[in-house]
Design a protein. Sequence first.
Length: 93
Amino acid sequence: MGGIIIKNEKISKEEFLKEHNKLSPANLEATMALLNRFREEKKPALKDNEWCIDKHRIPFITWLLALPNKEEMKEEETGKQIYKNYPETHYVS
């Protein structure tokens, strides 16, 4: 396969990632982990590891944009609390 992906051509996940990142601005670049997560959440749309730029890229971008921002994800991964707990109040009777 040369450098151009033909419309509706079935390609591997690796080729999809390469083509998507080539076409995307830095804030929408993806990783293999993100593609795997997308595939797990959207199994019916992705049968037999067949990826298609024209068919899957727009849903993938929409899904990427709906993810929490990277700072929130980092806090979540490191186990830090995203939301602050209010101090407990004890009423004395």
